[in-house]
Ligand binder design. Structure first.
Ligand code: 4AD
Ligand code: MG
Length: 485
């Protein structure tokens, strides 16, 4: 292999060494010390795999001063020979001819000794978090999920569209957007009406961070047929839950000449593909997270424990059809359910039209159907303006995919492609037409049936890694009161 970087050419990754059955060859490894036993056995991690490589140091012929510097967290380079391991626990090891300390880690100050730290503690120690087994596994899986998503859409002829991060339209109409401005907020220019004069702002009007790239993706789909976006989205909702972030990533495919059934098929295929990809490509990481989760589950009361281990749960999703039913059918099930009748739900469902809370979604998935569920045809009043109106004039062609332990993982719909109906829906939601002309033009010129959805990237990573808090599956979580690092 040809590398521009000399250092990379001379370095072998731990994963490559452990995967190969070759022995008796020279290698240079670089990484960080996990543990150092008996001034002799160094467990080296370089992040390429959850496993460490045992580096055997010749303690008789190594400077005392150097041996003292081989402490947990230090960066080192070791050169030597890969041989069949003399001890148990590993197939091969590196017998070092030389060891160089690249960066010291003062053992008095380095807080990551080989013991367990709480996830909350690690959230505050950004640099150490990456060095733990748990977060190494999570971020390698996060990479796989991202790669598999691109692969899935690429193989199906989709075009990746980069939707804008700064926008002036509120796609979801939820009014929970972060403002983007260069005005001096303490001293903003005012118009005659006393309100801030956004004509003097950078974009000549009030701009926001996007909550969704869907509307832009629709423009792409109505020319390129199949597109998807994959980018950061921002929501200023004050939800301090284990499933909400203020900055999260969303994947939004949009397909022309497609209806809600096509949309459901695409969503189900994609989720299964990605989960399967991770099972195949990250077996060691998932095995580690499975045992981590099993320990966590032991702390819970018996009736709250998941009946399936992580890999069983993932495999189950891949092997079984998702349950598909309408909102109306789901409401009947929920109204007749024990927790609803006994008022055990925090939000008791009184009638058709009620918005579903995560407790209801999880009841359907975890207790009633015991598998992923796709709910369709929601009441028009609890869904966005762009969803296609059904003939009953009461429901829209919406779909939410609900997952065990997560609740809603995907939200999507068939889109309202009829200009007159779309305009009247916008009027219902008080969305000014003049701001949306660019979007309405798609319905004026060559409109067609089309559909799409949004997958919450972190929620899928959460599902695959079995992590209970969404803040632990993104490298630098942003949530109310916290934008550290
Ligand atoms: O259901 P949502 O709001 O749908 C849309 O934004 C549509 N425009 C998508 C489309 O049809 N193209 O969001 C989609 C998904 C949710 O199902 C959820 O998984 C995730 O985005 N999501 C969040 N994830 C983390 N933190 C938050 N605050 C989230 N809000 C939504
Ligand atoms: Mg939704």
């Amino acid at each position: 292999m040809l590398y521009k970087n000399e250092a990379m050419a001379k370095r072998t990754k731990v994963k490559a060494i452990l995967q190969s059955d070759q022995k008796d060859y020279k290698a240079t490894v670089k990484g960080w010390v996990r543990t150092f036993r008996n001034n002799q056995f160094l467990a080296l991690s370089d992040g390429s795999t959850i496993k460490t490589l045992q580096v055997v140091i010749d303690r008789e012929n190594t400077d005392e001063a150097i041996l003292k510097q081989i402490t947990t967290g230090a960066a080192v380079t070791a050169e030597g020979t890969i041989i069949e391991s003399q001890g148990g626990g590993q197939a091969v090891e590196l017998v070092a001819d030389s060891i160089v300390i690249n960066g010291l880690a003062d053992p008095e100050k380095y807080p990551l000794q080989p013991k367990k730290h709480s996830l909350e503690f690690l959230r505050e120690k950004a640099h150490l978090r990456f060095r733990t087994n748990t977060f190494g596994a999570i971020f390698r899986i996060r990479h796989s999920v991202s790669f598999a998503i691109h692969q899935f859409f690429h193989d199906r002829g989709f075009t990746y569209i980069h939707s804008p991060i700064i926008t002036c339209s509120d796609a979801e109409g939820a009014g929970e957007m972060f403002q983007v401005t260069t005005l001096d907020v303490e001293n903003a220019p005012k118009g005659e009406d006393g309100n801030v004069d956004y004509k003097k702002d950078f974009f000549g009007k009030s701009a926001k961070l996007t909550v969704s790239g869907q509307l832009q993706a629709e423009l792409g789909a109505l020319a390129l047929s199949e597109v998807y976006t994959f980018g950061p989205t921002f929501r200023a909702e004050n939800s301090n839950t284990s499933r909400h972030l203020a900055e999260f990533w969303m994947i939004e495919p949009e397909v022309a000449f497609a209806d809600l059934d096509d949309n459901m098929d695409l969503a189900e295929d994609m989720l299964k593909y990605v989960i399967k990809y991770c099972l195949e490509h990250n077996p060691d990481d998932i095995e580690f997270l499975e045992s981590r989760l099993a320990n966590e589950e032991k702390q819970k009361p018996q009736n709250e424990r998941s009946p399936l281990a992580l890999r069983e749960k993932l495999q189950f999703c891949v092997d079984n059809d998702f349950e598909r039913l309408t909102y109306t059918e789901a409401i009947k099930i929920l109204m007749n359910s024990k927790p609803n009748k006994k008022k055990k739900f925090q939000f008791v469902i009184e009638e058709w039209g009620a918005d579903l809370q995560s407790e209801h979604e999880r009841f359907l998935v975890e207790k009633h159907f015991k598998k992923p569920v796709i709910l369709t045809d929601y009441p028009k009043d609890i869904k966005a303006f762009y969803m296609r109106m059904n003939d009953d004039d009461k429901t829209v062609r919406a779909m939410d995919v609900l997952f065990p332990g997560i609740g809603e993982i995907i939200g999507g719909s068939q889109r309202e492609e009829r200009l007159d109906v779309l305009k009247s829906r916008m009027a219902d939601f008080d969305i000014p037409e003049h701001e949306m002309e660019w979007f309405l033009d798609t319905r004026r010129f060559g409109t067609c049936e089309h559909a799409g959805f949004g997958l919450g990237f972190e929620r899928l990573v959460q599902f695959i890694t079995g992590m209970s808090n969404i803040r632990d599956v993104i490298p630098f979580p942003r949530y109310p009161g916290s934008a550290e690092f």
